[in-house]
Design a protein around this ligand. Structure first.
Ligand code: GLV
Ligand code: MN
Ligand code: MN
Length: 438
């Protein structure tokens, strides 16, 4: 798809940010939900539509484009000579239900805009630039997250083919319906030799930048996450059943959920139960079965795993006391990922350059802040292949995974300057053969 004639990228920071934000608005219109709410899941018609838009914008930025064997939209701008390893830039275009319009999307559009600036400048780099718009970071449709980036990283698991969505459609069937060949998914896998590194811009999804009055920050590392589906089974029955004869699955689940929150809080981890279903779900029937999700995250995988063991013991105890049965199924696991010193250095250099530009050369900005990301990112999967670095952009109130997600045009303009400067700092360091380009 070719971008509309009046939609060319303008090479001024603030105005380019305006275009990026207009594009965020345009992508937000591709949703499976009514009334302006946003939901866009992997391998859906909306996924196909936003890939086509992103491909058009990538081409407008001077890139050759393709959709890979896992449905990720990709683009490439050659470096000084064709066929060089690439600096990979990207994020995701899928969303959670009732999402905001910037989580993932801002990172893809920032990457495209920065490539367009570099194309327009005529500067040739000592590496190629590739942009990837990953198709599944959130795991909204099939429960397992990072499917797009894991396909690219070559860590796809055949066990995933039998995952089903809410309508009972398997991942295998969804691939075919989207026009992809499941047998060819390994063709999406890249190798370490393909890349010199991976950089991602993302909204912070937390309040730290705002509280420090800073538009941008450097990600130090990304918390490791595990997700579970937990099913507690009791016995459905009349709501008049006496206390001595009740095996109430929802009461057991409720006790467990509150205890999980306490355990995680005491261990300085984050635990979220965001989904709960009760069967048969009637006002005058004891719940015979309760199913809930658990998302557990922490800075260190070992702490997270030790709290999970405590949670398992607790679930057994609660269920034994109440005459219930518990079954747990892990749906997702991603280890904590560290952003490399080298790429943290280039992100820091990018932020400093953008601060200088914003202050007309007077460097009175505070030193760039490093933050741990409690949110998961495609970078976690890409870390299997190459060094990762991330730039965080302030978002209002730290609100994310919500329609109120919001960024300012000024902050996006600053992020574009910083991301471009980070790419150029890496290029300078690469050219000089230095390990410390910052
Ligand atoms: C994605 O946003 C996640 O952190 O789960
Ligand atoms: Mn998200
Ligand atoms: Mn995201």
């Amino acid at each position: 798809m070719t971008p509309p004639a009046d939609d060319t990228m303008r090479n001024d920071g603030a105005r380019t940010a305006a275009v990026v934000l207009e594009r965020c608005d345009e992508l937000a219109r591709h949703s499976s939900l009514p009334d302006g709410l946003i939901e866009r899941v992997y391998l859906s018609p909306e996924h196909a539509a936003v890939n086509a838009l992103a491909a058009g914008w990538m081409q407008g930025a001077g890139m050759d484009t393709w959709q890979d064997a896992a449905g990720n939209q990709c683009g490439r701008l050659e470096g000084a000579t064709p066929g060089l390893p690439a600096l990979l830039l990207g994020s995701h275009l899928d969303t959670v239900p009732s999402a905001g319009r910037y989580d993932g999307i801002l990172g893809v559009l920032t990457a495209i805009a920065v490539v367009e600036r570099i194309t327009t400048s005529g500067r040739s780099l000592p590496f190629a630039l590739e942009v990837v718009a990953f198709g599944d970071e959130e795991g909204t449709r099939f429960g397992t997250a990072l499917l797009g980036s894991r396909a690219l990283a070559g860590t796809w698991l055949d066990a995933w083919w039998e995952l089903t969505d809410e309508a009972g459609i398997t991942l295998h069937e969804a691939f075919v319906a989207f026009g992809l060949d499941p047998a060819a998914v390994t063709a999406a896998a890249r190798t370490s030799n393909d890349f010199v590194g991976y950089l991602e811009t993302h909204i912070e999804q937390g309040p730290v930048l705002e509280e420090n009055d800073l538009p941008l920050g450097i990600v130090s590392s990304i918390a490791g996450a595990r997700r579970f589906q937990i099913t507690i089974t009791g016995k459905a029955g009349h709501s008049g059943t006496p206390w001595t004869h009740r095996r109430d699955a929802l009461a057991g689940a409720s006790e467990a959920i509150v205890a999980i929150e306490r355990l995680a809080r005491d261990a300085d981890l984050i635990a979220t139960v965001g989904h709960l279903e009760v069967f048969p779900d009637a006002v005058n029937v004891i719940a015979g079965r309760a199913e809930f999700s658990l998302d557990l995250r922490g800075r260190f995988d070992a702490d997270r795993d030790s709290v999970w063991q405590q949670i398992e013991t607790l679930l057994d105890e609660i269920c034994a006391t109440r005459g219930l049965h518990v079954a747990v199924h892990q749906t997702h696991a991603a280890p904590a990922a560290h952003c490399s010193d080298r790429l943290r250095g280039v992100i820091a250099a990018g932020i400093r350059a953008a601060d200088l530009r914003a202050a007309d050369g007077a460097d009175d900005a505070p030193a760039p802040l490093e933050l741990l990301s409690m949110a998961g990112h495609d970078a976690m999967a890409v870390a299997h292949l190459t060094e990762i670095g991330m730039l965080f952009v302030r978002c209002a109130g730290g609100v994310s995974h919500h329609p109120d997600e919001s960024v300012t045009e000024a902050d996006v303009a600053r992020a574009l300057d910083a991301f471009e400067a980070a790419v150029l700092a890496l290029a300078d360091g690469h050219q000089a053969g230095s390990q410390d380009p910052a």
